[in-house]
Ligand binder design. Structure first.
Ligand code: PXL
Length: 278
């Protein structure tokens, strides 16, 4: 059985980060382990008055214990990280748990639609850039890609050549594979473009572009892609599974956006994911 450790916060209510990653990874038949980086009463995207308990100092202790019992992981997948110091500590975790065969996957969660999520700054983006240097695979959206490159948000002013150029420059941060999410060249379709810097290959995959904003779809996509890569699907197939599942979750939420504004109804789609990745 394959095993992934995912490192991100637990937002106790709100369908994102660990409450999305753990069920998705488990549904794919992979052992799901986690290091919660913080406990929040809700996520920060639209709620006010949320609590935040920082768990940064538990991370080195957990790491030390796991080393003492010789745990190994097929992938380390990181999502939302809450502070500068936390990125440094996660970077040490990468050093401790990297093997010849495993994957370090970084979703550099910082913002969307050209804006930082609450509490993030340009200094944080610089530190996140350092973590991306150590990764095998990075999964930024267009906002995060601009932040990592220290450029203005590109908005929708791009064509395929601009995206290819961005992918190559992002790969120069150090990761072998860059998957850029939220790419759309026409109003009917949206998807991802990726670049493998070892083979020089670009690939893309698109599905329906569904108007509206759906919270937590980045976490759904990244968790599914991480699982599919660990299961051994090649990049093209893994991207297809992750995009299709994310679109399924969005479609399943249409009609109940009012009650479920805080996160997509991914749970009812898990049986389909199980079928797709058997
Ligand atoms: O979905 C990304 C995410 C994860 N964790 C927390 C968040 C967000 C996005 O807003 O607030 C706490």
């Amino acid at each position: 059985m394959k095993r992934i450790v995912t490192i991100q916060d637990i937002s106790c209510f709100g369908k994102c980060s660990l409450t999305v990653a753990l069920p998705i990874i488990s549904a794919m038949g992979i052992e799901a382990c986690c290091i919660p980086t913080a406990v929040l009463s809700t996520h920060t995207g639209g709620f006010t008055g949320y609590t935040y308990r920082d768990l940064t100092h538990d991370i080195p202790e957990i790491s030390k214990h796991w080393k003492s019992i010789d745990l190994q992981f097929d992938a380390v997948y990181t999502g939302y990280l809450g502070s500068f110091e936390q990125i440094k500590i996660v970077s040490d975790f990468f050093d401790a748990f990297k093997t010849e065969n495993n994957l370090l996957i970084v979703d550099p969660v910082m913002g969307d639609k050209g804006k930082f999520y609450a509490g993030f700054t340009n200094d944080f983006a610089l530190e996140m850039k350092k973590l991306c240097q150590k990764a095998d695979v990075i999964l930024p959206n267009l906002t995060e890609a601009s932040l990592l490159l220290g450029e203005e948000y590109i908005g929708d002013r791009y064509d395929e050549n601009v995206i290819k150029d961005m992918l190559v420059r992002l790969s120069k941060l150090g990761s072998k594979i860059v998957v850029l999410t939220g790419v759309s060249f026409d109003k009917n379709s949206q998807g991802v473009m990726s670049y493998n810097s070892e083979t020089g290959e670009f690939s893309s995959y698109f599905n329906d572009n569904i108007p509206g904003y759906f919270h937590s779809t980045g976490d759904v996509f990244s968790s599914t892609l991480s699982g599919a890569l660990v299961k051994g699907f090649d990049m093209g197939m893994a991207v297809k599974i992750a995009v299709d599942f994310t679109v399924d979750c969005i479609k399943n939420t249409i009609g109940s956006e009012k009650e479920h504004w805080y996160g997509v109804k991914f749970e009812e789609c898990l049986p389909k994911l199980i079928d797709m990745t058997k």
